[in-house]
Design a protein around this ligand. Structure first.
Ligand code: ARG
Length: 458
């Protein structure tokens, strides 16, 4: 019999029962559910709302049940509507009457709100710690390449010289923002909803702040309707996950391109590559492609919940049960991708020579050459035109800018002098840049040091 069956005359239809049940996926919350119940009963006892002996028996029963689920002695299977009903029914079968008192002054609406928040806090902490690892790993990868020159691109066209460390550091900045988004989300959602009851609290003199303390939340929610209706934090978390995935995906996209024979900038480790069933020569960057692909899946989860929530009147409605599968999947996907990405990126080989060659056989020093003319008094627009014309001349002749003779240079601008050749080396460009945020090896090196220091203590 259902725990709520008092006013019912008929059994639930079998198909409706299966359709309604969330146990198959919300059993993931069992530990939070039981821990939340222990705190709730502890509070009921302190407030003399249920007799101490019932409370003690229920608390012990809940602890034993938790242990038995953890050890596999009790399986969370059966015809339960959800994890909350499941725990209560199993406990009732084990200890009897004391179990029937634990739901005093509580509804599944505030119970599920609490469970999901407790779960999400742990999820956010685990994502934050994975991001910390990734940031530190990328610092390690980058620190050996502050002088590894490569072409920087815009529009996928070679643009200006940068270093591999500088490029990796761009991702470090993205992951640092991701980290702070996760921490912001954690700070904002760290409010304890239990005690809101179904929607309007109850007539019992409960101590909500005590439960907040017991469960280590930073504060207690301030409106009972909002407490049971709020799923903003899941959307916020999935939005942060989506951005993490977007950054992983962009990096993976680059690794896929860079590991082509045409680029050859990196070689993925065999351990993170796969072969072809038909073509013997193939070594494919499947891990990077999967991360790119799974990004769509996380975005999908975010959009799912945004759409679920947009038309729900206050307070709880069963639509909200749809928050779980998408959130669980978004978390599982993001944490796995972070894990695989971290391993993949520290095991890849960086092919410095290929990067250097690609930088040298290019016109990425054209901007430096234009700036050279500006420093000699030519306006930037005129300098831009002169160098553009020289580039065209070189392309027609099949040479690069540093191969032009002084005579050729002078025929385009009288201002050129011998010192122009100093600015044409690809390394010169990054060495002379001293501005904050530039690719200069010293600046990038110091940046990496400071990030490492900041994130090592987290
Ligand atoms: N399984 C439900 C959920 O995940 C728990 C809350 C049910 N509340 C209710 N009034 N039916 O949302």
């Amino acid at each position: 019999m259902k725990l709520w069956a008092g006013r019912f005359e008929q059994q639930t239809d079998k198909a409706a029962d299966a359709f309604n049940s969330s146990l198959s996926f919300d059993k993931r919350l069992y530990e939070y559910d039981i821990t939340g119940s222990i705190a709730h009963v502890t509070m009921l006892k302190k407030q003399n709302i249920i007799p101490a002996e019932n409370a003690d028996e229920a608390i012990q029963g809940l602890k034993d049940l938790l242990e038995d689920i953890n050890s596999g002695k009790v399986l969370l299977e059966g015809n339960y509507e959800d994890i909350h009903m499941g725990v209560e029914e199993i406990l009732t079968n084990r200890i009897g009457d004391s179990a029937k008192k634990i739901h005093t002054s509580r509804s599944r609406n505030d119970q599920v709100a609490l469970d999901m928040k407790m779960y999400t806090k742990d999820v956010l902490i685990s994502i934050a710690s994975k991001l910390t690892n990734i940031i530190l790993s990328l610092c390690d990868v980058a620190k050996d390449h502050t002088e590894t020159i490569m072409p920087g691109y815009t529009h996928m066209q070679k643009a200006q010289p940068i270093t591999f460390a500088h490029h990796v550091s761009a991702y470090i900045e993205m992951f640092k923002r991701d980290y702070s988004r996760i921490i912001d989300c954690l700070d904002r959602m760290n409010t304890m909803p239990l005690g809101a009851g179904a929607l309007a609290c109850s007539t019992f003199d409960i101590d909500r702040d005590y439960v907040t303390e017991l469960l280590d939340f930073s504060s207690t929610t301030l409106n009972s309707l909002d407490s049971v209706s709020d799923r903003d934090y899941l959307i916020e978390a999935m939005s942060a996950f989506s951005m993490i995935m977007m950054h992983l995906s962009r990096f993976c996209e680059e690794l896929i391109i860079w590991s082509t024979e045409e680029f050859g900038y990196v070689t993925m480790s065999d351990a993170f590559s796969t072969g072809s069933s038909m073509m013997p020569q193939k070594k494919n960057p499947d891990m990077a492609e999967l991360i790119r692909g799974k990004t769509g899946r996380v975005y999908g989860s975010l959009v799912t919940l945004m759409v679920v929530m947009k038309g729900i009147p206050l307070a709880y409605n069963k639509d909200m049960q749809e928050d779980k599968e998408c959130f669980f999947d978004a978390y599982d996907t993001t944490i796995t991708c972070l894990d695989i990405f971290g391993k993949m990126v520290v095991t890849m080989t960086v092919n410095k020579d290929k990067m250097r060659y690609a930088a040298e056989k290019s016109f990425i020093n054209a901007t430096d050459m234009a700036e050279y003319l500006v420093k000699k008094g030519v306006s930037f627009r005129d300098a831009h035109f002169v160098i553009g014309a020289l580039v065209k001349y070189c392309i027609d002749k099949g040479i690069y800018l540093n191969e032009l003779t002084m005579e050729e240079l002078k025929s385009y601008s009288e201002v050129f002098e011998d010192d122009v050749y100093d600015v044409l080396g690809v390394a010169t460009s990054i060495m002379v840049k001293t501005v904050k945020g530039s690719p200069n090896p010293k600046i990038v090196g110091e940046y990496l040091e400071s990030v490492k220091k900041e994130f090592s203590v987290l």
